[in-house]
Design a protein around this ligand. Structure first.
Ligand SMILES: [Zn+2]
Length: 327
């Protein structure tokens, strides 16, 4: 009976203390001069956040560790994080409630007791500032927030090698389409945006819809593709649905049907390299495996080329960067 009571009590405490994420705090709850809010302090007790590394791959994570004075043992805590600034939170000293709103996210929570025992995942790319806040009850019945120093981690987008593995089939298909679209009068380049998509708790690498460049004369070397504006969806909560452009793929056309004597180098053009560097975005190109000239076999060996030295999308430093791609 007694243990059941303890269990119920524990459940009640956990419900009272649970971190909530409020996207739009009601204005009335942040009245200036309300002494029940915004009680933040450091010092008094030691509280430190130790992460299992500083570089993470989007969708992966590690087990965090807290170092704290024994007075804080058993206290409820949250690990909160923000891109481009210090994480912000509201604290209610009457009930110890910690709440955050975008762009601060609640990454993790628990009770300071033993090891946390589960992984802190990092689904949103960017340079994150993390902070642990503990809610400690004092003898007068009021709660006080204790916070650690800010710890920085970097969450990276998937790189060109992951993209290549995931989307090989899509790229081969578009290469075949490019060959079929060529004839003695014109040719086209084809391509698509590459997206990292978070849906539920899983990360998928997806190809956007196929885009076709203007008709061009590959024999004159004037083929190019004007890519569309990519879709961007940023999450409203840590595991919220999200979609980020993480690279652009396109094909280069054959010279099979050229009657004049022409040849061209294969792989990324200077324009491709420049576009990738300027946009902080990897470029993947499907092209023949060695230099081609007029009349070559349209089915000669071909391959994927990737932008070396520009292998993954530039890491967002703030929320604006996350919502855009060419920053
Ligand atoms: Zn190109």
């Amino acid at each position: 009976m007694k243990s059941r009571f303890c269990f119920l009590l524990l459940m009640c405490l956990l419900m009272v203390f649970s971190c909530t994420e409020e996207y739009e705090l009601p204005k009335s709850s942040i009245e200036p001069g309300n002494k029940n809010l915004m009680v933040k302090s450091r010092g008094d007790y030691k509280l430190e956040l130790v992460t299992s590394g500083e570089q993470y791959l989007m969708g992966e994570g590690g087990e965090p560790k807290m170092i704290y004075d024994k007075e804080l043992e058993g206290d409820y805590y949250c690990i909160i994080g923000s891109i481009g600034g210090k994480p912000e939170y509201e604290f209610d000293e009457n009930n110890g409630h910690i709440s955050v709103s975008v762009p601060t996210f609640n990454y993790y929570d628990g009770v300071l007791l033993g090891t946390p025992g589960h992984i802190m995942e990092c689904p949103i790319p960017g340079k994150w500032n993390l902070l642990v806040v503990a809610s400690h009850k004092h003898s007068d019945g009021h709660y006080k927030a204790y916070e650690s120093e800010v710890k920085q981690i970097v969450v990276n987008f998937p790189d060109v090698y992951q993209i290549q593995t995931e989307l090989m089939g899509n790229m081969e298909y578009v290469w075949e389409e490019t060959k079929l679209a060529a004839n003695k009068d014109y040719a086209v380049e084809k391509g698509f945006w590459i997206y990292a998509v978070i849906h539920g708790s899983s990360l998928d690498i997806e190809a956007g819809s196929t885009e076709t460049g203007d008709f061009c004369q590959s024999c004159l070397g004037n083929c190019m593709i004007n890519m569309s504006e990519p879709e961007v969806v940023v999450p409203k909560e840590l595991y919220g649905d999200a979609k980020y452009p993480i690279g652009y793929f396109h094909t280069h056309p054959p010279l099979t049907y050229c009657s004049s004597e022409v040849h061209r180098n294969v792989g990324l053009s200077n324009e491709d390299e420049d576009w990738g560097k300027n946009n902080g975005m990897p470029v993947l190109v499907y092209d023949y495996s060695s230099e081609i000239k007029n009349g070559h076999d349209i089915n000669a060996p071909a391959q994927i080329y990737v932008s070396y030295g520009n292998e993954l999308r530039r890491v967002p430093e703030n929320w604006f960067d996350l919502e855009h791609y060419n920053y």
